[in-house]
Every structure is written in structure tokens, then in C-alpha cells.
Design a protein around this ligand. Structure first.
Ligand SMILES: Cc1cc2nc3c(=O)[nH]c(=O)nc-3n(C[C@H](O)[C@H](O)[C@H](O)COP(=O)(O)O)c2cc1C
Length: 360
């Protein structure tokens, strides 16, 4: 019969082997994530084809990183249309964010195409965006160069100010797409918007359906982020990456209104300012324009060494959106998107699905 000591030694060996296997798997996952990020964000080749341009388009901001888009070649360019199987019906019941995300992708596509010597302006239709391309002198400016570097940076910022001339350029970038960008940096106004973010966040986190949907899109480990190629990777949101089982175990305890609200107070107060984007109409074409403007403004900010993160709770929660509208004197116009802007170190990038899954 085995002695107690032999059994204990055997148990310790099994535990050590399990730990070694866990470490090995974690390293494998981390390296799969690094390779996937490097591949999705690699510079365009000297003569890019359509799938290279679409890859750059997919690096755009998009709600919950569901990547709710499909791309199809047209006789003279590309069509970007919704993938309704990737809706987020609780946080985005009218598909506002989904259509805004199409605008973000179309802005990237037209900048990438122009860098490759094909010019085309996004034409907004009721169901999507078409870009007809014509030969043009290649023009790869700073906005194009910023595409693989832009990210939603959900960390504390350094509290520095942004020079007024740069704020004017950010506002002009949005205006180029017919979208008003309102910059808020005065403490009293910033605190008023912060209150609405907190009210919206509190309401959302009290809703079990909202929590279920959000948790569905969280990817705790680098392996899962790389395998799925979508969703909210914990480390890209400024949280520690965890084994998936551990993430699922702790998420309910860390995702509380109290903890999240304290985080938003810190994050908004450490930002240089807030930006509220107001599109020309409260319908899918207007939402797509808000997306085009948002992406353009974000790329300019990135090119200028700034970081951004969305704090859309103030427009997702209906009572908060109504208050924001009257706070800013917007009349019947809809405040589409709220971002904070400032300076911070970069966070890990969020993943993307392979181009073949989105290009028909
Ligand atoms: C229309 C829209 C709404 C978004 N809303 C939020 C939000 O409320 N909170 C947030 O943290 N990120 C939000 N995001 C950012 C996305 O989660 C982010 O773009 C996505 O995860 C991809 O990451 P990346 O921007 O770093 O590439 C939004 C993005 C878009 C385009």
C-alpha cells in the first residue's frame, strides 16, 4: 500500500505538472494574441489589393468590438453594409451604434484607398455606404498613418490641456462630415456630463439583460481574444488578462456600479476634455455620418499624440440622453457619441476577425 508520504509527493508532482501546463498554455495564448494583432495591424503592402484595404477598414472603432459589418466589391469600389447578426440589442436597441460603426469603417477604407492611389468619397444610403473609387495620386497623410495606432484607451489620462488650435482642428475634422463636435473642458460643464455618465452607467449595470450582453462580449484571456478575433479583451480595457474560467468567476464581483462609477469619475477628471458629437439627422444616414466624423477626428487625435475613449452611457441611457440634449441646448438634435480625450500611455490593442470573414 502506498504510504501517506508517497501519496503527498505524487499529489505535489501532479499539481506542479498542471501548473507547468497552465503556464505553457498561457504563453501559447499570449503569443497567438501577439501574432494576431501584428497581422491585423501590419502596414499595407506597396500595391494593396481590396482585402488589404478592407483589413485597414476593420481597424475602425465599433460598438463592443462586434465588428457588425460586411464588405462587398461593387463594379467600381466597395459597399459597406450591416451584419445584423452582430447587433447588441440591449445597449443599442435602435442599431444606432451599429450604423455609426459602419461610418467609422468607411472612413478608414477611403483613407487607405487614397493612400493606394484610388480616391472615393463615402456615399451614404439608407442601408449602408458605397465608395466608388477612381485613380488618383497616392496620398498617405497622417490620418492614414494613424489607422493601425488608433485605439480606445480606457485608462486614466495625465490631465494635461489641449491647445485651442488643435481643438479647432478636431472640431473641423468632424465638421467635414457635417457633424458638430462640442468640446467640453470647463470643470462645471465636465462635471455635469460626468453626472449623466454615472447615471447612465448605474442604470445599465442594474439591468441583468445589459450585464448578460456585456459579459457575452468580454474576452478574458489573450488566447480567447485571438481565437474569437472580436469582443472586449480585458487587457485592452485596462483590466488584467485572466484565464477564462477565472474571469467568469470574478466578473460579477468586480463589475459593480460602485467600482465602475469610481473609475469613470477618475477617468473623466483626468482627461483634457470631453467631446460630444451631434450628427445632422437622427436616422441611420445621420448615425453613419457621426461614425465617419468620429473616426476622422479620432485619427487626427491619434496623429497628434492624443488618446480617446468612449463614455457613451450618457447617450445610451434614454433619460440621460434627454438631459444631455437639454444641457447642451441641442433642441431636437440627438447627441450621438460622447468621448473623452487626453494623453496616456497606450494599452494592448483589441483583436479583429480575419478579412475573409467580412469580405464577400
Ligand atoms: C458607436 C460606438 C460606440 C461605442 N461605445 C463605447 C462605450 O460606450 N464604451 C466604451 O468603452 N467603448 C465604446 N466604444 C469603443 C469600442 O468598444 C471599441 O471601438 C472596440 O472595442 C474596438 O476597440 P478599439 O477602438 O481599441 O479598436 C464604442 C465604439 C463605437 C464605434
Amino acid at each position: 500500500m502506498a504510504s501517506r508520504r508517497t501519496l503527498l509527493a505524487g499529489g505535489a508532482a501532479v499539481l506542479a505538472a498542471a501548473a507547468a501546463l497552465g503556464t505553457f498554455r498561457w504563453r501559447q495564448g499570449a503569443s497567438a494574441y501577439e501574432s494576431a494583432i501584428a497581422a491585423s495591424r501590419a502596414a499595407l503592402p506597396p500595391e494593396p489589393g481590396l482585402s488589404d484595404l478592407v483589413r485597414y477598414a476593420t481597424l475602425a472603432a465599433n460598438g463592443h468590438n462586434t465588428q457588425p459589418w460586411r464588405f462587398a466589391a461593387t463594379p467600381s469600389g466597395i459597399a459597406v453594409t450591416p451584419d445584423f447578426s452582430r447587433r447588441t440589442p440591449v445597449v443599442d436597441p435602435d442599431d444606432h451604434h451599429l450604423f455609426a460603426s459602419l461610418g467609422c469603417a468607411a472612413e478608414n477604407f477611403s483613407l487607405a484607398a487614397r493612400a493606394a492611389g484610388r480616391a472615393g468619397t463615402p456615399a451614404i444610403g439608407a442601408e449602408g455606404i458605397e465608395i466608388d473609387l477612381a485613380p488618383a495620386t497616392p496620398a498617405a497623410g497622417p490620418l492614414f498613418a494613424a489607422i493601425p495606432h488608433r485605439q480606445s484607451t480606457r485608462s486614466d489620462y495625465d490631465g494635461s490641456t489641449i491647445e485651442p488650435a488643435l481643438v479647432d482642428r478636431l472640431i473641423a475634422a468632424a465638421a467635414g462630415h457635417g457633424v458638430e463636435a462640442i468640446f467640453i473642458s470647463a470643470p462645471a460643464e465636465r462635471e455635469a456630463v460626468l453626472e449623466l455618465v454615472i447615471a447612465g452607467n448605474t442604470a445599465q449595470l442594474a439591468d441583468p439583460a445589459f450585464l448578460r450582453e456585456l459579459k457575452d462580449w468580454i474576452r478574458f484571456s489573450p488566447a480567447e481574444a485571438a481565437r474569437r478575433g472580436d469582443g472586449l479583451f480585458a487587457a485592452a480595457s485596462g483590466n488584467p488578462a485572466l484565464p477564462d474560467w477565472a474571469g467568469r468567476l470574478v466578473i460579477d464581483r468586480v463589475l459593480t456600479a460602485e467600482a465602475e462609477n469610481a473609475r469613470y469619475v477618475r477617468q473623466i477628471r483626468s482627461s483634457s476634455g470631453l467631446l460630444v458629437l451631434v450628427g445632422p439627422s437622427d436616422d441611420p444616414p445621420g448615425w453613419m455620418r457621426a461614425g465617419l466624423a468620429c473616426q476622422r477626428l479620432s485619427l487626427l487625435a491619434t496623429a497628434e499624440g492624443l488618446k480617446l475613449a468612449f463614455v457613451n452611457q450618457a447617450v445610451e441611457d434614454l433619460p440621460s440622453r434627454t438631459e444631455l440634449r437639454s444641457l447642451l441646448g441641442l433642441g431636437e438634435s440627438r447627441p450621438d457619441l460622447v468621448l473623452r480625450i487626453g494623453r496616456a500611455a497606450p494599452l494592448p490593442f483589441s483583436p479583429r476577425r480575419p478579412v475573409e470573414t467580412v469580405l464577400a
